[in-house]
Design a protein around this ligand. Sequence first.
Ligand SMILES: Cc1cc2nc3c(=O)[nH]c(=O)nc-3n(C[C@H](O)[C@H](O)[C@H](O)COP(=O)(O)O)c2cc1C
Length: 258
Amino acid sequence: MKTITTMYFSPTGASRKIANGIAGGIAGTGTFEQKTIDLTKPQAREKTYEFRSNDILVIGYPVYGGRVPAVLQNVLCGLKGTATPAVLAAVYGNRDYEDALLEGQDLLAEGGFTVLAAGAFIGEHSYSAKVGAGRPDAEDLQAAEGLGIKAAEKISAGDYLEVAVKGNRPYKDPMPDMPFTPKITETCTGCGLCAENCPMQVISRENPTQINTGCILCSACVKLCPQQAKYWDAEPILKIKQMLETKFVERKEPEIFI
Ligand SMILES: Cc1cc2nc3c(=O)[nH]c(=O)nc-3n(C[C@H](O)[C@H](O)[C@H](O)COP(=O)(O)O)c2cc1C
């Protein structure tokens, strides 16, 4: 039996929803075994994964600075395929995804995968609830499912040709170092949810106001805090937020490559 493996790195949940939508589309076309690997968890990023030629890999990640998030680049590069078909989703915050799909496709190709279908989808922006607000929504999830169905058709027809995705080589320059961390208000109850869910495990469990080096500015803690006790006050991030809320609120639609 073929196995569909759904992998995602998804600090604020948008990429997870899209990857699950795509996998659901594929799964609806036949009988498959299904597995999920959440690369948001640091331990999951340290394991090695091998895939057979009759497996199907679905993978979703957020776009960071028009690229694959730096923390994920080695992980993608280390996946071992055997001419394994893969479906790729880059999820961006309604600004642009630039080279994130092409880079993901290249990294997977190095490991022996053929990306035969891909999509760029929109998720609420990590730094603003007004940019890409409420995305992915029902229409986005339908588009994700549709991509899965089309990918499944290609696979069952034996059409294992690499799909051409948008993007340029050399890729966009990496994002500059931004050594900031979210601030915390007195409404923090010390529940530890942020520490538990931090993809980099840099928040102290005993004292969540203490953040060690290695924060990737993903906003997982800011968005999941039930008290809304976490916030950004670093000037460069506030400027990005303002720029996004001025220039990138108009709805963008998913782009499908098949
Ligand atoms: C460090 C960082 C860089 C980002 N860069 C971009 C970008 O270049 N373009 C864009 O549209 N959104 C960008 N975003 C927004 C995320 O791609 C978007 O919010 C995505 O939905 C987050 O996915 P997740 O919910 O799976 O974490 C960035 C977010 C972060 C944290």
